[in-house]
Design a protein around this ligand. Structure first.
Ligand code: PRX
Length: 632
């Protein structure tokens, strides 16, 4: 057996041979003629000339051996339902959805935007799109009209698939009104909107545009829609994510490379076998949901649990009861969820038979040591932190116990994964940091492995300029995360270098939140920073300058205005982006050249030393922030 070090070295030194081998994990319709075409560096074209289909690999190819095995297990503690679909049933449902999409004129290369709660139809829609060569773009159901409108305009979908409502903690969250408003705001109008009616909320239909999915799908039970064979580089999906600018980036993923890398991770990282059950508690609106609720488990012939609900409702044992019931072998969640569970009675963990579970994988935000220790003691299973990004498609730093057993170090997600040539650089000189415990920007040297984003949707220049030009003198992909590497090669992630914050594992751009707050008539200027939070990792904190400061003269006025501003954010971006507090100041701390001193604000909010302030224009501005923070 190969040691991990040898496995890794081969992936970096002989990437073509390495990924040629991994490509055997999936079916190809026609073989590729070149493993990697890197003639357009930094753009990679993996498996050039090969044709395949993601839905064929995730569904159809398993029919031979596992038609009657569970494929999708849908559990909703919101509407108290549990429905399982075997691979044969999933195949039927996906073809129905594919037939409906085709009847609405959706074909290869067309975009379909999916704005849905965690219901089976969302999975059917994703799989149906890739089946017919359409490109899906799932927008997280927690986003509201303005967020949605900007994504509609960028993706320009022919069809939108949505539902009347989601539900959270037993409370109905209507979607249709937000969707209608988003379509009104958008320049690019979809020709059709397919609605799934759950009977939870009003669903006013726009004649000629909106269709009830159930009506269109009725009678299509036996419909056959063949898979469209696409070239490996054909985009399978775009997924929007936040960066420094307010405009979200459409992370574009290919088909062939993505499948290979995700399938490889199921084996090498998640140690899963076909026929087992995988449970990722994420949402399909995020990359973890794409790779590890839908594609990874299904590519690997597993049953996947899709869960709609909270981790503590009806009680804190719900997830563990599912592990017992469905004999889950690998579970994937986020540190925030574990911190929520940690506040509950630990007896919930010993109540169920968890013997099937081999490991718990955690990702999306830093995993603090006390949380890791608590869940490790409670589960008595390996807790495997893994670091990655929407852009990377699969873990970049973790341990690959499927290749060689290695110990985790609490606080560190681990070591570089095969295919990822991870390095640290000084952000201002571009010097590579090769020593132990030096802090730098985490970067990845090309060629990037299969499954990595191909480009920014319709904007190659933005891809290159954003990701490949941020470290002086270096043509490397920047993750925009700070990190250090210890003497054993384990990395530690120390937060973002840009204006991205991470609230309960949700990646948000502070600029987007600032833009939304600024749209309130009273706001002249605002700064949003991420502040450390015991439960959510970080929360957004806003400091606003009012056009007329007298509007917040009394504590009551200020509270009222704060509520109004939060409502604006809720309506435009969604509650997920709502700042924890909006405070009012008369001046924001800036440099003499007018640059906002966000880091200094953040430091003061966290009770840290704000550092070098020699360039600050007016020190009283920071003092105002300090007074507010200390006073609260
Ligand atoms: O800052 C890092 C943080 O989340 C960012 C990526 O978020 P997103 O695109 O939503 O992808 C999540 C995929 C799991 C990263 O730039 N992050 C992610 N995982 C970790 C992490 N920070 C610390 N430890 C992690 N394990």
């Amino acid at each position: 057996m190969l040691s991990y070090a040898e496995f890794y070295r081969r992936s970096i030194e002989q990437p073509e041979a390495f990924w040629d081998e991994q490509a055997r994990l999936i079916d190809w319709h026609t073989p590729y003629t070149q493993v990697l075409d890197y003639s357009r560096a930094p753009f990679t074209h993996w498996y050039a000339g090969g044709t395949t289909n993601l839905c064929h690999n995730a569904v159809d190819r398993h029919l031979k051996d596992r038609a009657d095995q569970n494929a999708l297990i849908w559990v909703s503690t919101e509407v108290d339902r549990e429905v399982t679909y075997t691979y044969a049933q999933l195949h039927t449902e996906v073809q129905k959805m594919a037939a409906v999409l085709k009847a609405q004129g959706v074909g290869k290369g067309d975009r379909v935007l999916i704005y849905m709660p965690m219901i089976p139809e969302a999975a059917f829609a994703m799989l149906a799109c890739v089946r017919i060569g359409a490109i899906h773009s799932v927008v997280f159901g927690g986003f509201a009209s303005v967020s949605l409108a900007s994504r509609i305009d960028d993706a320009q979908p022919k069809v939108i698939v949505s539902a009347d409502a989601g539900s959270r903690g037993g409370k109905v969250v209507p979607y249709k009104g937000l969707l209608d408003e988003a379509i009104n705001l958008a320049q690019s109008k979809p020709s059709k909107v397919l609605m799934v009616n759950r009977g939870l909320a009003e669903m006013p239909m726009t004649a000629g545009r909106d269709e009830d999915y159930a009506l269109l799908a009725a009678g299509l039970a036996g419909v056959a829609v063949p898979c469209e064979w696409v070239e490996a580089a054909h985009p399978s999906y775009t997924l929007y994510t936040s960066g420094t600018t307010g405009r979200p980036k459409g992370v574009q993923r290919d088909t062939g490379g993505y499948m290979v890398n995700v399938a490889a991770s199921m084996k090498h990282i998640f140690m899963c076998n076909p026929g087992e059950t995988y449970f990722s508690t994420s949402d399909i609106g995020w990359v973890v949901g794409h790779s590890y609720i839908i594609y990874g488990p299904l590519l690997n012939g597993m049953a996947t649990i899709m869960y709609e609900g909270l981790p503590i409702r009806p009680d804190a044992g719900i997830w563990w009861s599912l592990v017992e019931k469905y004999k889950v072998t690998a579970m994937f969640s986020a540190p925030t969820a574990v911190r929520v569970l940690k506040k509950q009675d630990p007896a919930y963990l010993s109540k169920y038979d968890l013997s099937s579970l081999r490991a718990l994988f955690l990702s999306g935000e830093p995993l603090d040591e006390p949380t890791a220790q608590w869940i490790s003691d409670a589960l008595k299973r390996p807790i495997i932190d893994n670091y990655w990004q929407t852009e990377t498609g699969a873990p970049v730093l973790t341990i690959a116990n499927g290749v060689e057993q290695k110990a985790s170090k609490f606080g560190s997600p681990g070591i570089p994964m095969y295919g990822f040539n991870v390095k640290l650089f000084n952000e201002s000189t571009g010097e590579e940091l090769t020593g132990a415990n030096e802090k730098g920007v985490v970067a990845i040297e090309g060629p990037l492995p299969p499954g990595f984003m191909q480009t920014v949707w319709r904007d190659d220049a933005r891809y290159v300029n954003t990701y490949w030009k941020s470290i002086p003198g270096r043509q490397v992909y920047s993750t925009f995360d700070w990190g250090i590497r210890d003497q054993d090669g384990y990395y530690f992630i120390l937060g973002r270098t840009d204006d991205v914050i991470n609230v309960a594992g949700h990646r948000l751009g502070t600029r987007e939140i600032e833009e939304s707050i600024s749209s309130h008539a009273q706001v002249a200027e605002v700064a949003v920073v991420g502040v450390a939070d015991q439960l959510k990792g970080q929360v957004a904190m806003a400091f606003a300058v009012l056009k007329d400061p007298s509007k917040a003269a009394t504590p009551n006025d200020a509270l009222k205005l704060e509520g109004e501003i939060m409502k604006v954010v809720d309506e435009q971006l969604g509650a997920v982006a709502r700042p924890a507090r909006v405070r009012f100041v008369t001046l924001l701390p800036k440099t003499r050249s007018g640059k906002l001193l966000r880091r200094a604000i953040q430091a003061v909010c966290e009770g840290r030393d704000p550092g070098d302030l020699t360039t600050i224009e007016d020190p009283t501005a920071l003092q105002q922030v300090k007074d507010l923070v200390q006073g609260s």
